[in-house]
Design a protein around this ligand. Structure first.
Ligand SMILES: *[C@@H]1O[C@H](CO)[C@@H](O)[C@H](O)[C@H]1NC(C)=O
Ligand SMILES: *[C@@H]1O[C@H](CO)[C@@H](O)[C@H](O)[C@H]1NC(C)=O
Ligand SMILES: CC(=O)N[C@H]1CO[C@H](CO)[C@@H](O)[C@@H]1O
Length: 259
């Protein structure tokens, strides 16, 4: 088969080969370079995995044009890796938040991207507290904010309802999103039911993501990641905390991927 040199050059050309990626909520504040170092290490040691990394300066981008210096330094560093897409966090309060506020947040992230000298380009938006209901107004709200992001060059759009989309709503939501987190729950909730019951349709697996919290380091991450890969899910992540304020598990998750 391939020798290490051949494989290395293949990876350099193909850049990202695993179809399941990592969707990492990176909410921990970067006190200094060391805070996000486990993420930089996982990203650089797994160039074949796409890392979609959500940054969240202030439950959204915050009110000023640019984020704090520590965030700027961290995001610039993340952007120096080819296998990273940085996504900006925006809550929608289940499509009840005033849509003009959501659009203002999108504009701020879009402006980060336009100042090339800062290297804080954002590739897309992670819309948190996304609705999962079969409600025409909510579907239309999500379609509007997605369009607004994409027209601001934030081309990757992720919705996080965290739960299965209601019957009849999958087409409308999936049409507007590149990825939908249909399962955000504890590790133990994941293991209690068969996976197929957690998604609206197996037709959308490649655009589905799971985020499992409260998954102690001693648990079998490989089984979950490899199941996600074999189902052809778009992305997966596991964390040992229940608040995403630690990046202790990122290396273990990345190491659980098989090629
Ligand atoms: C872009 O970033 C540079 C470097 O930090 C800064 O000096 C400049 O004012 C910014 N430009 C705009 C339009 O904000
Ligand atoms: C932006 O990236 C360029 C090229 O990689 C680098 O020279 C520069 O120092 C970076 N600027 C910041 C603010 O990180
Ligand atoms: C993008 C995509 O594959 N969408 C599919 C999601 O699942 C529904 C069935 O619920 C299909 O009709 C869509 O085509």
């Amino acid at each position: 088969m391939f020798g290490p040199l051949v494989l290395a050059s293949f990876l350099a050309f193909a850049s990202v080969v695993s179809s399941t990626g990592i969707l990492l909520p990176l909410y921990v504040w970067p006190e200094d370079d060391s805070t996000w170092a486990p993420v930089y290490n996982a990203v650089s040691s797994h160039p074949d995995i796409l890392f979609q990394i959500i940054v969240n300066p202030d439950s959204g981008p915050g009110d000023s044009a640019y984020p704090d210096e520590n965030i700027i330094a961290g995001v610039a560093k993340l952007n120096s890796y080819d296998n990273v897409q940085v996504l900006g966090y925006i809550p929608t309060n289940y499509a009840e938040r005033d849509i003009s506020e959501v659009i203002d947040d999108i504009s701020i992230y879009s402006k980060w991207s336009s100042n090339k000298s800062k290297n804080i380009t954002v590739s897309g938006i992670f819309f948190d507290e996304a609705p999962n209901t079969n409600d025409a107004d909510k579907i239309s709200y999500m379609q509007s904010v997605s369009k607004s992001a994409k027209s601001g060059c934030l081309s990757t759009v992720v919705f996080n309802p965290g739960a299965t989309l209601e019957d009849g709503s999958a087409d409308g939501y999936f049409e507007a999103a590149d990825l939908i987190v249909e399962f955000e729950n504890s590790y133990s909730a994941w293991t209690t039911n068969i996976p197929a019951n957690k998604f609206s349709s197996s037709k959308n697996y490649s655009k589905d993501a799971i985020i499992l919290y409260s998954a102690p380091m001693t648990l079998d991450y490989e089984a979950v990641v490899q199941e996600a890969q074999s189902m052809g899910l778009g992305a997966a992540y596991l964390t040992n905390t229940d608040n995403y304020m630690s990046v202790e598990t990122v290396q273990k998750v990345a190491a659980s991927f098989v090629q």
